[in-house]
Design a protein around this ligand. Structure first.
Ligand code: FES
Ligand code: FES
Length: 165
């Protein structure tokens, strides 16, 4: 089989891999050890394989790895920094939004993409952002509460910083 080189940035690190032209991003990421990218429906329906591609959520089961040459990928493994969980991860735990955890990586990344582009989302916007990530255990109330709590805390922190100026 003909192989090709792939250079991508994953979670801030430049990675050089060898892939087949038809390899899916889902398969390549899992092969390279990013097991937070979950294999669910493989049809673009469940969102378990969600990663951020140039800050936008995509279903890795619908993207050819070859299409991502030179691009920036964030998986759930890149959310925590030096052993400290991302505030969204903390909030999901605090709000009981994680049960089996299968949907959680995708939900967290969809939530991150939302808060990065809309720091002050309405509940409806949060629900819409998470709508592509199916959860069979928890439902959506707790994840939505968790995302709204992070947005609220960020606004409060930003307000305190502003008041100190
Ligand atoms: S595994 Fe990709 S959307 Fe379900
Ligand atoms: S926590 Fe189990 S599928 Fe969402």
């Amino acid at each position: 089989m003909k192989l090709m080189p792939l250079c991508v940035q994953v979670n801030g690190e430049v990675r050089h891999w060898t892939i087949a032209p038809g390899d899916l991003l889902l398969d390549v990421l899992r092969r390279e050890g990013y097991f937070g990218v979950k294999r669910g429906c493989e049809k673009g329906e469940c969102g378990a394989c969600t990663v951020l591609l140039n800050s936008r959520p995509v279903n890795a089961c619908l993207v050819f790895a070859a299409q991502t040459e030179g691009q920036d990928i964030l998986t759930v493994e890149g959310l925590a920094h030096q052993g400290t969980l991302d505030p969204l991860q903390e909030a999901f735990l605090d709000h009981g939004a994680v049960q089996c955890g299968f949907c959680s990586p995708g939900m967290l990344l969809s939530a991150k993409a939302l808060l990065d582009r809309q720091p002050n989302p309405t509940e409806e916007e949060v629900r819409e952002a998470l709508a592509g990530n199916f959860c069979r255990c928890t439902g959506y109330r707790k994840p939505v509460e968790a995302v709204l709590a992070v947005a609220k805390r960020r606004r409060a922190t930003a307000g305190t910083r502003e008041a100190r100026r």
